[in-house]
Design a protein around this ligand. Structure first.
Ligand SMILES: Cc1cc2nc3c(=O)[nH]c(=O)nc-3n(C[C@H](O)[C@H](O)[C@H](O)COP(=O)(O)OP(=O)(O)OC[C@H]3O[C@@H](n4cnc5c(N)ncnc54)[C@H](O)[C@@H]3O)c2cc1C
Length: 374
């Protein structure tokens, strides 16, 4: 039997949910197909950091801030809990402090330099040894990545009657018809492929030409720390992080910082390691991360990477108990130049894949841009 929808989304990760919401709020009848029984891709494996500060000045920073507003709207509507926690970039080296100062001086982002004592007052996790100061930004949010997708999904069902089909692999699309691996069929006027890191099931020939690459990240989660927890503890990023996000590319001192790391610790470059920490109200802290691309990706996680991350984390944060409760890895697709790879395969079908390391931050804003331009 064929069912008619205005919009069909393939993929129940954050990108698919963002499209489902943006289409539904414009009055479309929407259906989402997800091959697993519950979303388990990058969307549940990340830090849960909504991180506008990492986006370069201009359109992408604006898109990130719009996304942020959408997250707050979801929280307001009761779909999930969102903490307006902000973030601190820590400087334990002169060159890191220089980059932060240059960045703040550009006045492109809502950020300020704060003193070491102010840093430590805002987060008890910070290692004060050798701390020169930090950069505070209040645009960052925290969501629980393990429950966020489920919360949004229930809310979309209730508020907009969006239909979800889990354990449904869409294996073929012919004109406006979607066909599952079990032979079920549905029809939709518009079909958006939000397949995350799966670039092989649908339109592999298009993805092969897209320049998208896969990236694997290793992550850690500590046991709950014993201290009582205030709300909204800022996310922490180390000086190493300044090498990672494109927002800092405009800072003249960045090259000197990068050269120092390359000379002092080439192993960090090799595995794309920079360190961040986010403490949840349970007291547990998500710690990470590393970046291995393309052919370097192995199904097996490297103990060496975990040890390097902990080594670097110990320089910038202090935990009362470093016992690691969980380790995992996640994989996302990333485009070298674009915030997401968008391609209209034909009038009915669009590819919307490859939000890289900023999918939680950018998806709502990018999907809003897509639907506003239709
Ligand atoms: C370790 C890690 C940390 C990160 N930290 C952050 C962060 O703190 N902040 C941030 O902004 N971003 C972060 N990111 C990036 C962010 O998580 C991703 O950009 C985002 O989750 C990608 O979402 P997605 O929906 O494209 O992919 P996914 O979450 O992988 O979802 C794609 C879904 O499509 C389904 N699917 C694929 N093909 C089919 C098919 N044919 N039929 C049916 N279903 C299909 C898959 O089963 C999957 O559930 C991180 C990523 C990782 C891996």
């Amino acid at each position: 039997m064929k069912t008619e929808f205005d919009v069909a989304i393939i993929g129940g990760g954050i990108v698919g949910l963002a499209h489902a919401w943006q289409a539904a709020r414009r009055g479309h009848k929407v259906v989402v197909f997800e091959k697993t029984s519950v979303a388990e891709g990058a969307t549940v494996r990340n830090f849960g950091m909504i991180w506008p500060i990492g986006q370069p000045a201009g359109e992408l920073y604006q898109v990130a801030k719009k996304s942020r507003a959408f997250w707050l709207e979801l929280a307001e509507a009761g779909a999930l809990n969102v903490e307006a926690c902000g973030s601190i970039h820590l400087a334990h080296n002169d060159d890191e402090m220089n980059v932060l100062q240059e960045f703040v001086d550009q006045q492109t982002h809502e950020a300020e330099i704060i003193s070491p004592s102010d840093v430590c007052q805002r987060s008890a996790l910070v290692n004060p040894d050798g701390l020169l100061g930090g950069m505070y930004s209040d645009t960052e949010l925290r969501v629980d990545p393990r429950t966020a997708a489920a919360g949004i999904r229930y809310w979309l069902e209730q508020e907009f009657n969006v239909q979800f089909h889990f354990e449904t692999l869409i294996s073929a699309i012919e004109n406006n018809e979607l066909i599952s691996s079990e032979g079920q069929k549905w029809k939709a006027d518009k079909i958006i492929i939000c397949s995350g890191s799966d670039l092989l099931t649908l339109y592999p020939e298009h993805f092969a030409k897209s320049k998208l690459v896969l990236c694997k990240l290793q992550m850690l989660r500590s046991i709950a720390q014993s201290e009582p927890l205030p709300e909204n503890i800022p996310h922490l990023a180390s000086g190493l992080t300044l090498r990672h996000y494109t927002s800092f590319k405009t800072c003249p001192s960045l090259e000197r910082l990068k050269s120092r790391i390359t000379m002092e610790a080439p192993e960090l470059d090799k595995y794309g390691i920079h360190v961040m920490a986010s403490q949840f109200q349970s007291g547990e802290i998500i710690l990470g991360d590393s970046h291995e691309y393309g052919d370097d990706i192995s199904p097996f996680d490297k103990l060496e990477i975990d040890e390097l991350m902990i080594r670097e984390l110990k320089k910038v944060v202090r935990l009362s108990d470093w016992t690691i409760k969980e380790k995992w890895h996640g994989i996302y697709a990333k485009h070298p130049d674009l915030p997401v790879y968008e391609e209209d395969v034909n009038e009915a079908v669009s590819l919307f894949v490859g939000t890289g390391g900023a999918g939680m931050t950018m998806s709502f804003g990018l999907a809003d841009r897509f639907w506003s331009n239709r």
